[in-house]
Design a protein around this ligand. Sequence first.
Ligand SMILES: Cc1cc2nc3c(=O)[nH]c(=O)nc-3n(C[C@H](O)[C@H](O)[C@H](O)COP(=O)(O)OP(=O)(O)OC[C@H]3O[C@@H](n4cnc5c(N)ncnc54)[C@H](O)[C@@H]3O)c2cc1C
Length: 673
Amino acid sequence: ASFHRNPSLEKRFDNAPFTFYNVGTGTCGKTNVASDFVVALNVAQYGSGQDCFRTINISYGGKSTQAQIVDEELGLDLSIGLFEFFAPLSDGLLIGILYNNFSDLPSRAYDFVIIGGGTAGSVVANRLTENPESSVLIIEAGGTNIDAFQLDVPFFASIFKSQYDWNFTTTVQQGLNNHSTFLPRGFVLGGSSSVNGMVYTRGSADDYDRWATVTKDDGWSWDNLQPFIAKNEKWELPADRHNTTGQFNPSVHSLTGVNAVSLSGFSESIDPMIFEAVDELGGIFNFNQDYNSGNPLGFGWLQLTISTEGRRSSSATSYLAPKYIERKNLDVLLHARASRVLPSVSKSSLSGYAFRTVEFAQDLDGPLLQVNALKEVILSAGVIGSPHILLNSGIGDSDELSEIGIKSLVNLPSVGKNLTDQPAVTNVFLVNSNKTTDDLLRNATLLNKVYTEFNKTGMGPLVVTGGNQISFFRASESLTHKFGDPSSGRNSPHLEMLPANGFYGIPPPAGHFLTLETTVVSPASRGSLTINSTNPFANPLIDPGYLTSPFDIAAMREVIRITFQYLSAPIWDGYLLSQFGDFANITATSPDNVLDEYIRNNAGSSGHPVGTAAMSAKDADYGVVDPDLRVKRVEGLRMIDSSVFPFVTSAHTQAPTYVIAERAAALVQAAWV
Ligand SMILES: Cc1cc2nc3c(=O)[nH]c(=O)nc-3n(C[C@H](O)[C@H](O)[C@H](O)COP(=O)(O)OP(=O)(O)OC[C@H]3O[C@@H](n4cnc5c(N)ncnc54)[C@H](O)[C@@H]3O)c2cc1C
């Protein structure tokens, strides 16, 4: 743990799957070369000057060898040297490692093969390898999260489109005035938890109780999930170690989980005004000491998956941290994209099929490869990837599959249906202050200064995302009366308002901003994911059906009006200058049709799509997985990720995904004792 990375040495071996650490001093230093995290490999480097990069001593298990580096620039011979040396020593044991190439993988069969090393997949891999007898392989389409500073630094979270994103686009959305929109998803180890906004919200107790009701499995209720919430959450001090008394309720948090959660570690200039306005207004603007208690309504201090060190805590940095990755029974294959699960004969399943073979490719134009699960394949490729793989495999609506020329093996019409996302609009105000976050993103000198501070101390404005509060509201009774209530219960919000002390994303060249992002967190609209190609690597058609339900557009109007009501508090006098962009035309009294036009032109994804392979009761004639998350009618295949939400929780979706994964891992373990 006390190793220091040696970036210049790493640069020389860019293509080798190893991480270099300096562990001593001297001209070359004594260097410990580890494959990403196999610290059992102890490599001493010797020589000086250029020589020190040419020959490397490797010792392991009392034996030693040398790896010659013939091509200094590529360092490829180093990787070959290590594998040749290491394979015979390992005696057929599986060694925990991050692999870039299938040919290097020590086995072709594992007890469990997990497709997708994202938020949920990493949890499941971690828990299943607690048992040294269980071997696990993760197949992840993206690459490593290591050394990706954009992912590590919380402040950069608002810059969505990157090499770490799948960069999906939805179909043309009728509810968005016929435009399509960007749908972000993480394409990297840790999945969306490596790229998300780090907001930690569990939702309401009723959200989970509704899951328990529809699945007829009390294990999904709020009360019964508490141990799994606790296994996930590791409450930490904020990066600035400020006194947090009164800002949260310690009795509803866990100090013993794996993934770090903390309050904001940097004060924004608007913090006092946010709560002053709450005091001034009262009513629906009540202070909620802890929105994660099961009762989220009101204004609270934001809780984030950020560590005391001021770093993003993703499933990759937490559940796949070095001490877990080094487990001998866990392997991770990167840059491997699953295309299908392949059938074998099953005597026990309803369809007559078991699915324990995973087909994948490392190069989309290259050969299709296969790996086998001895016990189960676990689909954790997320709300888009998991149903996509099922459909490619002939598991879905048999009529729809036959129409496009895919042989239907299992008729499960619910696959890809029930896609639910929370539409969001960012409402932007110009403000009379230069203490916003905007200058950080347009002044390189300033950014360098705070980045240096961040690297040195783990503090400063980069340890947060720009907003330190969150608020949740119910839609009006007249709305729920008119359209029905899509929420899970009377303590569950329909609406969210999230303030940020600056422009959301890259700011325009001039001006300082306040952004209030409004979201319908309990939407009534539903969409779908379908395919129109027999090429398993063609993108699926993603249709979230944004704002197609009359409830959702009316609810968005209400939350925008709530925003105006909130900003009418006297404390904001003189701070707000004007509104920005399309929002400039909107007022508190704008008629419905004007607001609707603004909303439909500006709404997009909140990044929270769920539900494309919903769980349902064992005896239900709809749904994709049973309450144990086994894919219905088949054997050997489970689905563990955000696609199994039967309803979206009335909040951001990573915490519930973690909780699903924690409980699901326990269910898998119990099934194989
Ligand atoms: C930009 C953004 C911002 C967000 N902000 C927040 C927030 O602030 N708070 C919050 O609570 N939630 C947030 N979310 C939502 C939350 O992060 C997700 O709901 C959650 O992480 C989903 O977890 P998952 O395990 O279902 O999928 P993911 O974490 O997306 O994991 C799926 C993994 O499978 C891999 N994969 C996909 N297809 C294949 C394939 N064919 N073969 C192999 N691997 C494959 C992917 O690369 C990925 O690593 C945000 C999401 C995004 C994208």
